[in-house]
Structure formats: structure tokens, C-alpha cells
Design a protein around this ligand. Structure first.
Ligand code: VG1
Ligand code: CO
Length: 542
């Protein structure tokens, strides 16, 4: 086997977004494309003598990309790669393997919740030795490298057999193929009261878990059905497929409609959950009760000590800026720290490493804790199951009692997809320019108290991240946030986040879109969304 040094030239646009580099699959499969990005990763982090974890969500091209990355790791002098059997690893499981084996980081092949297939999306992200996504400074260095790259290294060899667990070698590099589920399942067992959950299932508790034909199928089947005794068939769409069976593996009420229909239909099970392509997101639904992700974070924080892994209490709670302030109210009541970070899990890493926060969450169906350095879909599901098993109440009862203690933060996100990039940029620029003149003005009967562009100074390393989203804050605590997505692959996606706090229990039952009516109208007026983009209504409402 020989090492080849292949001449290449920079490919424009290899810029990692919110969560790694995402592009259409044919782009990734294009000449030198994957290779250039992978070489840029190795050039920045260094590969010689190092150990990495490798795996992905099983989408189309996952298996081929894994072979290329292995050959490049070997050619760049890596000592060892730990790879999930079949090149499969959920994002949280990869994060755990990086930490457990104290490796020098890992490469995760995924475009998360974006559809997969020959004409859909593919992605690659690098995680650090702490198990978390590379911070901005590192992704920027990788991007800079992609603009100047002239060669990459790759060995010529047969494919490594990734179908069997065990050790092999590739041009002097050790390849350890591991069971993708085992270590992760053991970690979950160490955090949650499996006996209590098992007893709950034994007493007739029924659940549906929709893996959306993506990576969580094998994890959920092993943990929920095999270890916790949930009925066979609890996990549906449980086989990861290269095109996710045509599903859009984004666990929200729109894309997980089948689950929503079941949970709101006759004979609904007690509990429902879904996960995304790479297993880091979760949607929680009770019988006739949808739990918004911001509320889920707050409920988990308020009840965390019911789970053995969190018995000692939480050090703090962190949420992304657009996530509702429901979790802040819990943190205040518990007298623990609360943190507001930019969108993207990478910003939680330092807080978790420094022991400032134990639980973190984002409005985009992501929750997690310091057990790994990624959000973790199944973790959230198991935390809910643990809470339900101990409290012996329904999801709806838990939500209602939470709101009576803390009030309800009505919340919604409106997405406007595939807007021409120039139009979206022009809208954001106009909005940013108008911010200084907004405070003191009345809109839809609400007084604007403050308006800014979110800037975050990391409390641990002092790094500053600017332009993380426009915030318009009202005197009554209502809030509008606008930002452009960093994970899309077609044009620009405008995300409009809306929040209003309600103390009156008589109004807790309102439909959020009704409760948020004035805030929605104010947002459209202030940002002049239709004038700039031609869109008067969102494509996706969550
Ligand atoms: C979206 C979400 C963000 C999440 C990111 C990655 O980013 O809004 O909260 O962290 O996806 O999620 P954006 O830039 O499109 O709004 V996923 O499940 O990659 O791993
Ligand atoms: Co994901």
C-alpha cells in the first residue's frame, strides 16, 4: 500500500456553518471536495500519531466517505481510528466515544435533520477531544485552510471491512470497529433509574418512538425494547436507511406528523418521542400534549434530581439565545446560574467543561447535559421517562403543574425557507440599521424596551461572537428574534422566534399562535418581511 500525495486546488465555499460543513450530496461527491475538506481538518488539528473517532448517521454516501476518511487518516499518519460498525454512530454516541477513549477528536458524517439521498444533503463535522463540536476559531482555521490547499494525502488500498466488530489495520494505522450502541447504552444506564422505568413499562405504560429511518433506530430498540422492556414495536421506522425512507428526519410536529397524529388520536400511547437524522435532537409528546422544546428544557431542569445521575443537583442551566426564558425561571428558583449563548451546541462546550452548567438546551428540539458534549435525543427521552416513572403523572399533568409554578412562556418559531440569499441579507441589513431607533416606540400595543444584535462573550475563554441574531425586547417581557440559518443548503432560511410570557392560569390553554398574535404582527411590521422577501407566511411553524 502506498501513500499518494494528490495535487488539488481550493474549492470555493467550504465554509462550516452552525454545525460543520453541509452541502448537497453531489457536491460532496464531486472531485476532491470531501478530500479537500478532510485534509483541511487534518492540516489544522494535526493527525500524526493521533487517535480519532469516526462514524455517521448512515445517510447516502456515509459508507463511501468513511472509506475515504480512513485512507486519508492513514496517509496523514494517524495512529488509530475507532469507527462504528457499518460506519454508523449517532452524534451523541460519537461524542461519548471521543471522551471515553480520550481520543484526539472525531469526524462525524451527518447533515443532521436535513434529508439524505443522492440529491439531498451530506455533511462533515469535526469534534474536539472534549467530545464537542469545534469552536468558531477552529472552524474558521479549517475554512481558511480550504482556501489555500494544494494537496491531500491518501493511501491506495482495498476498503476496510467495517461490517464486523474487531481490530484491523490500514497501512500501519489501527482500525477498531466497535459496536455503535454498547458504550452509549451503558452510559445511559449509569444516569437513569432503569429499574423504575422498567417497572413503569411492566405496569402497562405504552410508548411510541419514531426513529424516522435514521440513526437512532438501533439505539432506541436496544435501550427501550431490549433493556427497558417496552413492548416490541415501540420503536417505529427503526432501520437506518440511506435516504431515510424518504422521510425528513427533523423531529417536529410537521415532519413527525405520523407520530403527532397517533399521540392526538384515539387510543394514543402514554408517551411519544422522535429523533433526528444523527440522533442529537428530540421531540417529546404526551397523550394529547405537545411539549415545546423550550418547555422541555425547563421541565427537565426543574425535575433533574429525580434521575440518579443528577441527584446532587445542577450547577447551572444554559440555553441558546432564541430559546425561551422558561429555563431561566427554573434556574432562578433553584438559585443556580443561567447562561444565554448563541445558536449552536459548540457554544455550550466551555460552560460544560468548566462546570458552570449541567443541562443545556435549544429551541430547535435539542437538549443535553454534561454527560457528553453534544445534544442528545435519547438522553432527553430517557430523562422524561425517568421523571414520569417517579412522578407517576401524565405529560399533560407535569406541564400544567410546571406552568402553575413558573408561568407559561408562549413560544413559536417561524421558518421562511429558500429565500434568495441577497434578499434575506438585505432584509437583515435593513433591520440591523433600524435597531438603534426602535426603543421607546410602541408596536401592536407593546412598548419596545431594547433592540440589539446579540453578541456573546464566552465567560470561560473570553472569545467574542458577534452578529448572532437580532433581538427586539418589549417592556412586558415579550421578545422577537430574527436570524438566518447556518445549516441550510438552498438559498437562505429566515428563522423568526417569538415569545410572550403569561402569568394568568386561565390563559395557559391558549393556542400559542393565538397567544403570540400581537408579537407575530409586530415582527412582520418591524422586519418588513413581506416587502423584502415576498413572503407573508412561514413554510414551517414549530
Ligand atoms: C439549527 C438549529 C440550531 C442547531 C443546529 C444544528 O441551526 O437552529 O439550534 O444547533 O441546527 O442542529 P440553524 O443555523 O439552521 O438555525 V443539528 O441537529 O445539526 O445537529
Ligand atoms: Co442533529
Amino acid at each position: 500500500m502506498s501513500v499518494h500525495i494528490i495535487a488539488t486546488t481550493p474549492i470555493a465555499g467550504q465554509k462550516p456553518g452552525t454545525s460543520g460543513l453541509r452541502k448537497k450530496t453531489p457536491v460532496f461527491m464531486g472531485r476532491h471536495y470531501l478530500e479537500n475538506f478532510v485534509q483541511s481538518i487534518f492540516d489544522v488539528v494535526g493527525a500524526k500519531g493521533k487517535t480519532f473517532v469516526l462514524g455517521g448517521d448512515g445517510r447516502y454516501f456515509n459508507d463511501r466517505a468513511a472509506q475515504v476518511i480512513l485512507r486519508m487518516a492513514a496517509a496523514n499518519g494517524a495512529a488509530r481510528v475507532i469507527v462504528g460498525q457499518g460506519a454508523i454512530l449517532s452524534t451523541p454516541a460519537a461524542s461519548h466515544l471521543i471522551r471515553l477513549n480520550k481520543t484526539d477528536g472525531g469526524i462525524i458524517m451527518s447533515a443532521s435533520h436535513n434529508p439524505g439521498g443522492p440529491n439531498e444533503d451530506f455533511g462533515v463535522k469535526f469534534n474536539m477531544p472534549n467530545g464537542g463540536p469545534a469552536p468558531e476559531a477552529v472552524t474558521e482555521a479549517m475554512y481558511a485552510r480550504t482556501t489555500e490547499i494544494t494537496q491531500y494525502h491518501i493511501v491506495e488500498s482495498q476498503d476496510v471491512d467495517l461490517s464486523k466488530v474487531g481490530r484491523t489495520s490500514l497501512a500501519g494505522m489501527t482500525v477498531d470497529v466497535v459496536d455503535p450502541v454498547a458504550d452509549y447504552a451503558a452510559l445511559m444506564e449509569s444516569l437513569f433509574d432503569f429499574n423504575a422505568i422498567r417497572a413503569m413499562f411492566k405496569s402497562g405504560f405504552r410508548m411510541r418512538f419514531d426513529a424516522m429511518c435514521a440513526v437512532t433506530g438501533p439505539y432506541a430498540t436496544e435501550i427501550l425494547e431490549n433493556r427497558l422492556g417496552a413492548a416490541k414495536g415501540t420503536v417505529v421506522h427503526g432501520t437506518p436507511l440511506p435516504d431515510f425512507g424518504g422521510m425528513h428526519p427533523d423531529p417536529n410536529p410537521i415532519w413527525a406528523k405520523e407520530l403527532m397524529d397517533e399521540m392526538f388520536g384515539a387510543d394514543a400511547p402514554d408517551f411519544g418521542a422522535a429523533s433526528d437524522g444523527d440522533g442529537d435532537r428530540n421531540m417529546i409528546v404526551g397523550r394529547n400534549a405537545y411539549v415545546s422544546p423550550s418547555d422541555s428544557l425547563a421541565v427537565l431542569a426543574a425535575n433533574a434530581t429525580l434521575a440518579p445521575g443528577y441527584k446532587a443537583g445542577l450547577k447551572g442551566v444554559a440555553r441558546s439565545m432564541p430559546t425561551s426564558a422558561a429555563a431561566d425561571r427554573v434556574a432562578a428558583a433553584l438559585k443556580i446560574g443561567s447562561y444565554e449563548t448563541p445558536t449552536g451546541w459548540k457554544f455550550f462546550g466551555n460552560l460544560l467543561d468548566a462546570g458552570k452548567a449541567t443541562i443545556c438546551g435549544e429551541e430547535s428540539f435539542g437538549t443535553g447535559s454534561d454527560h457528553v458534549r453534544e445534544k442528545d435525543g435519547l438522553w432527553a427521552v430517557l430523562m422524561w421517562l425517568n421523571i414520569l416513572a417517579v412522578r407517576k403523572e401524565s405529560v399533560a399533568e407535569i406541564l400544567t403543574s410546571h406552568w402553575s409554578s413558573f408561568g407559561r412562556n408562549f413560544y413559536s418559531r417561524h421558518d421562511f425557507e429558500a429565500i434568495p440569499t441577497e434578499k434575506a441579507d438585505a432584509m437583515m441589513a435593513a433591520l440591523r440599521a433600524a435597531l438603534p431607533s426602535m426603543p421607546g416606540h410602541q408596536v401592536e400595543g407593546m412598548m419596545i424596551a431594547d433592540a440589539d444584535d446579540f453578541e456573546y462573550t464566552d465567560p470561560v475563554d473570553g472569545s467574542v461572537s458577534r452578529k448572532q441574531g437580532v433581538r427586539i425586547l418589549f417592556e412586558d417581557g415579550s421578545r422577537i428574534v430574527l436570524r438566518l440559518s447556518g445549516t441550510g443548503t438552498e438559498g437562505a432560511t429566515l428563522r423568526l422566534y417569538l415569545e410572550r410570557y403569561e402569568e394568568d392560569p386561565a390563559k395557559f390553554g391558549l393556542d400559542p399562535q393565538i397567544a403570540l398574535g400581537p408579537v407575530i404582527r409586530a415582527a412582520h411590521g418591524l422586519a418588513r418581511i413581506e416587502e423584502h422577501t415576498g413572503r407573508s407566511a412561514p413554510d414551517v411553524v414549530t
